[in-house]
Design a protein around this ligand. Structure first.
Ligand code: AMP
Ligand code: ZN
Length: 112
């Protein structure tokens, strides 16, 4: 059993505000939101980063869930941002595959 924060959330051992769940992923509210809407779409399987992904269908599935959430939470019309931080320089802090979905404000470019 992997002892990482997102594995523990997936197993229900840590609390989270769940926005979506199916057999492959969960989507939760980020505990430290950087936008009025900030969700994380997290694979149920412990995969350290996109570098370890072997199943391209999983990424396609995550993006279908992102599209579903963007529509459900009314982000689609004004726009939103999807982020994956990979590795040290990418700013990844939790080494369990997840994508950020942020919206509800205009985003800056380039990000910090
Ligand atoms: P990253 O830096 O891309 O690895 O993103 C990790 C994200 O997980 C950060 O935005 C954190 O705020 C968020 N986070 C950390 N712990 C929790 C938690 N227990 N519940 C929800 N989000 C969390
Ligand atoms: Zn994990």
């Amino acid at each position: 059993m992997v002892d990482c924060v997102f594995c523990r959330i997936v197993r229900g051992e840590l609390p989270s505000v769940k926005l979506f769940e199916d057999d492959k992923v969960i989507a939760i509210k980020d505990i430290n939101p950087q936008a009025p809407f900030h969700a994380l779409v997290i694979s149920k399987k412990h995969i350290e980063s996109i570098l370890e992904v072997e199943d391209g269908e999983l990424i396609a599935h995550i993006f279908r869930v992102i599209k579903f959430l963007a529509n459900k939470y009314n982000l689609a019309k004004k726009g939103f941002r999807v982020v994956n931080n990979c590795g040290h320089d990418g700013g990844q802090t939790i080494y369990h595959l997840h994508f950020h979905l942020m919206g509800g404000r205009p985003m800056d470019w380039p990000p910090g």
